[in-house]
Design a protein around this ligand. Structure first.
Ligand SMILES: [Zn+2]
Length: 231
């Protein structure tokens, strides 16, 4: 488990986390922001990024250290991000026609601690449409939602082209037949008025397997040979 590897990290090695909800399409592509406000999406990957101090705690700790002259131990949380494919396509450039992606950074992964309410938990509960019991939360692993469809609701702040995540909603939509009047005769939803939507990933490449297109391996090898020590 990556948990063990990061457990012994020294406070000096742990940077404050500047992460927030941001949008990315392709690692090496031109940025093309998401435009929709509520898009069908599928969670394609969870990537664990180790333990970090969050930005708020970091600033608070620095202030306290300054006041007291003592070195204080940072409060560390597990960090990671989820990558989603959304139902909106890149319009221009070499990735045109491919799905846009949304990267959701989670700064306070509690990995199942019931006593640790976070935005993470709030979004997951909204996604699954019911609260976690303590038992369910303890058994929950971050990977559990990989492959699960949802609607991502975005909020747009003035002057910024990258939306933030407002909510994750269940991939369930009103039945077009009976949205006004729920009917047991409806062939689609059988009177329940809502239907589940399955949104499958298409040509998804895990983040670690993405390579820089413009790097020529031959040139890199030659350069390395030139710089080798002369014995
Ligand atoms: Zn219906």
């Amino acid at each position: 488990m990556p948990e063990a590897e990061t457990q012994g990290a020294k406070p000096s090695e742990i940077a404050a986390n500047e992460g927030d909800f941001t949008v990315t399409q392709k690692e090496d592509g031109d940025f093309e922001p998401i435009k929709g406000t509520e898009l069908l999406a599928v969670c394609c990957e969870f990537k664990y990024k180790g333990q970090r101090e969050n930005k708020f705690d970091h600033e608070k700790r620095l202030r306290k250290q300054e006041e007291t002259g003592k070195i204080l131990k940072p409060k560390l949380y597990h960090n990671g991000f989820y990558n989603f494919q959304v139902n909106e396509e890149i319009e221009q450039g070499e990735f045109a026609g491919q799905r846009k992606e949304f990267r959701w950074f989670v700064n306070n992964l509690s990995f199942g601690s019931p006593s640790h309410p976070t935005d993470y938990k709030k979004h997951l509960e909204s996604w699954r449409d019911r609260p976690f019991s303590d038992q369910e939360l303890k058994a929950f692993h971050a990977n559990n939602v990989v492959g699960v469809s949802c609607f991502l609701r975005f909020k747009y702040e003035d002057g910024k082209d990258r939306p933030k995540l407002a909510a994750i909603l269940p991939a369930r939509t009103h039945c077009p037949n009976c949205v006004q009047k729920v009917s047991a005769d409806c062939d689609i939803c059988k009177g329940k008025g809502k239907i589940w939507v399955k949104f499958e990933p298409v040509d998804y490449t895990p983040v670690d397997e993405r390579v820089e297109e413009d790097e020529n391996p031959d040139e890199v090898a030659e350069g390395a040979a030139e710089e080798a020590p002369p014995f």
